[in-house]
Design a protein around this ligand. Structure first.
Ligand SMILES: Nc1ncnc2c1ncn2[C@@H]1O[C@H](COP(=O)(O)OP(=O)(O)OP(=O)(O)O)[C@@H](O)[C@H]1O
Ligand SMILES: [Mg+2]
Length: 350
């Protein structure tokens, strides 16, 4: 058993509080993604789990062991760093086998595992090359292979695919996911790519300024974001938000009024109406808008319309007939609306 349990973790660097107070449990065998914008504390939290940073407060458990005061080598984890550290003076083969050599794994077994690791990441043709003779993406794959062959029960990965081009990245994403299904290691995976997070995570912890805003399975985050921040971060395009105010059982936005289940919300409250692009249709009646741009994307078309001055993204069929400067009406189901408090950004219970 090697789940990870963090209790009240705080980490400061001088005056900067990188981690405010995080409690989070990663289940044994789970693939947990840490997602958030640059500087929100993802790497710092990962380094705290690894023991590369000492925490200012809180405890960290791996399995049943309190590892808070243990050095990294006693925590039984493998880690892939954001700036993939491969040893320049070692061949790819030696780099991948490095951790195993440190652990004095017998040679035949070591060689077999290096081969397997290289095969998984399509590095076989490069085994005898040095890092300087590789592309950035290939070097990064070496770093991933080196961590994977370690067989540690906990795997920490910090943006391991960030240097791969789009196609390789897509492939590597699927490979890592398959690999995790085969060898259920407890994994914490950092990314700021929300598509990657959605596709890979059993759960996604969305971080913002040193705290976790919401931690749930991908589709739950997508469907029921706990805040405007989460709704605006998850999904491509992000959730649309229209500002307005409640009045006599209706929501009054810029140039439109929608009936609301008014019994729950008092009059005069500033709210945001949150709605996903694929839940909006061009209808006869609804929120008046003006088409700005139509972008055919292959399977669908992404249409940007303006409601007042606010751009709203609509997923339309690729053969949509709407054209720039056309006046349209946006229709959607009341059940698809996510209401947020306009001041705090927090979702209202529904
Ligand atoms: N060694 C350090 N000394 C001082 N401040 C640091 C140090 N490491 C991180 N920070 C600060 O802590 C905050 C969190 O940084 P961190 O590297 O964890 O962010 P991140 O979410 O990984 O960002 P990115 O997506 O850009 O990698 C930032 O404000 C950063 O400037
Ligand atoms: Mg980082």
């Amino acid at each position: 058993m090697a789940g990870i349990r963090m209790q009240g973790i705080v980490k400061t660097f001088g005056k900067t509080t990188a981690i405010k107070e995080i409690s989070l449990e990663v289940k044994d065998g789970e693939f947990l993604v840490l997602l958030g914008p640059s500087g929100c504390g993802k790497t710092t939290l990962l380094r705290c789990i690894a023991g590369l940073e000492t925490v200012d407060a809180g405890r960290i458990f791996i399995g049943d062991r309190d590892v808070t005061d243990l050095p990294p080598r006693h925590r039984n984890i493998a880690m892939v760093f954001q700036s993939y550290a491969v040893f320049p003076h070692m061949t790819v083969r030696s780099n991948i086998g490095f951790g195993l050599r440190m652990k004095r794994v017998p040679k035949p077994q070591l060689e077999r595992r290096v081969q397997e690791g290289a095969a998984l990441l399509a590095l076989e043709p490069f085994l005898d090359r040095y890092p300087a003779q590789l592309s950035g993406g290939q070097r990064q794959r070496v770093a991933v292979a080196r961590a994977l062959v370690m067989d540690a029960p906990v795997l920490l990965m910090d943006e391991p695919l960030s240097n791969l081009d789009a196609l390789l990245r897509l492939q590597a994403r699927a490979d890592l996911k398959r690999l995790h299904r085969e060898v259920k290691r407890t994994t914490v995976y950092v990314t700021h790519d929300q598509v990657e997070a959605m596709s890979m995570g059993d759960r996604i912890a969305v971080m913002r300024e040193g705290v976790i805003e919401q931690c749930e399975p991908p589709m739950q985050l997508y469907t029921n974001p706990a805040s405007q921040f989460v709704g605006g971060f998850i999904g491509s395009p992000p959730m649309n938000f229209l500002r307005g105010r409640t009045k006599a059982g209706a929501f009054e936005g810029e140039g439109f009024s929608l009936p609301m289940d008014g019994s729950r919300v008092e009059d005069g409250r500033e709210l945001l109406l949150g709605i996903r692009a694929e839940q909006i249709r061009f209808g006869e009646r609804g929120v008046p808008a003006r088409v700005q741009v139509v972008e055919p994307l292959g399977a669908t078309a992404l249409v940007t319309v303006l409601v007042g001055k606010v751009p709203v993204k609509v997923d339309a069929p690729v053969n949509t007939t709407v054209r720039p400067d056309q006046n349209v009406s946006l229709a959607f189901e009341p059940a698809d609306i996510r209401w947020m408090d306009a001041t705090t950004g927090a979702a209202l219970a529904h």
